[in-house]
Design a protein around this ligand. Structure first.
Ligand code: GAR
Length: 195
């Protein structure tokens, strides 16, 4: 039976769309829900246009425990098997994460363990790195620290700006995340390596 996938977003949702568009035919998972912490997230309209149920849990002006309890309830009601964080820019507490242990993935725009957190493209350039990339990993209580399930690499060119690097990396993110999810949904955690 196909795994039921929820995708959590905060922004434009291009990774969410790459996942949704991949989850057809023989893909072993289907998108059942898109959740955003931001009612203005551009990805919400894209998900609705695809006929996917959406839900907003606005984080502003409320307790973190409360915010997470509502997300958790929505996910459980939808009988979600796998959560994909796709540009979801809220840090989830260890309590929430523990409740979904082994079932939650994240895509991060760096070659982890390098550059957890924010401003990854600028940090790779500032460090003089010759290559950069993105990582899909399992989410644990350690920020951007769970087991690596896939990585894709790109060269850093002389004169690259963070924006140029981000723009070159994004299409690879869109290939990597569905490839990892395809394996993960069948219980295969062998890392997907792409260039
Ligand atoms: C992506 O580049 C993703 O890797 C990054 O945010 C962007 C979301 O774009 N995620 C993080 O920085 C997580 N810490 P999208 O909304 O178009 O998919």
């Amino acid at each position: 039976m196909n795994a039921r996938v929820a995708i959590l977003i905060s922004g434009s949702g291009t990774n969410m769309m790459a996942l949704v568009e991949a989850m057809v035919r023989d893909f072993p998972a289907r998108p059942v829900l898109v959740v955003s912490n931001d009612p203005e997230a551009g990805g919400l309209a894209k998900a609705r246009a695809k006929g996917i149920a959406t839900f907003v849990v606005d984080h502003r002006g409320r307790d973190r425990a409360d915010f997470e309890a509502e997300i958790d309830a929505v996910l459980r009601r939808a009988k979600v098997d796998i959560i994909c964080l796709a540009g979801f820019m809220r840090i989830l507490t260890p309590g929430f994460v523990a409740g979904w242990a082994g079932k939650m993935l994240n895509i991060h725009p760096s070659l982890l363990p390098k550059y957890p957190g924010l401003h990854t493209h600028a940090r790779a350039i500032a460090a003089g790195d010759s290559e950069h990339g993105c990582t899909v990993h399992e989410v644990t209580g350690v920020l951007d620290g769970g087991p690596i399930l896939g990585q894709a690499r790109i060269p850093v060119h002389p004169g690259d700006t963070p924006e140029a690097l981000a723009a070159r990396l994004l299409p690879l993110e869109h290939r990597l995340y569905p490839a990892v999810l395809r394996r993960f949904a069948t219980g295969d955690r062998t890392p997907v390596l792409m260039t």
